[in-house]
Write a new protein. Structure first.
Length: 131
């Protein structure tokens, strides 16, 4: 019986602290790698959110400019007012196409039509700014 106990002690004594130490280092290394990957993913989401927030902000600022200009228009002197528009504009029959730059990639386009002696907004859409 003592021989069996001595044999077990020898088996466990051969393991020593080497194997658990290597296993512990491996676990810590895996945890560090996972934490770095989680940080990188969170940072990517953050940058994407900031970029989307800036695009949305630019859209609403540009839309505000277009609507402010639209509300200043008068049907009697629309041609002279349109010439003062800062962005691009074009007249097609009874329609005026106003474009305002959002950023380097996109423009916001508003189409205004004269019908029944009134100004009406036909469309407001985001278009590609690179042509």
């Amino acid at each position: 019986r003592e021989g069996l106990l001595m044999a077990k002690k020898r088996i466990f004594s051969h393991l020593g602290i080497g194997a658990p130490l290597i296993f512990m280092i491996f676990v810590i290394l895996v945890m560090c790698i996972l934490s770095v990957l989680s940080y990188l993913k969170a940072n990517s989401f953050y940058e994407s959110t900031i970029r989307q927030m800036n695009i949305t902000n630019q859209y609403y600022q540009t839309e505000s400019q277009l609507f402010e200009f639209y509300y200043q228009l008068d049907i009697d002197n629309i041609d002279s007012k349109i010439e003062n528009w800062e962005g691009d504009y074009e007249k097609k029959n009874n329609q005026y196409v106003l474009q305002a730059a959002m950023n380097n990639d996109f423009k916001l386009e508003m189409i205004i039509e004269i019908s029944n002696n009134q100004l009406e907004i036909i469309s407001l859409k985001k278009i590609s700014g690179r042509e």
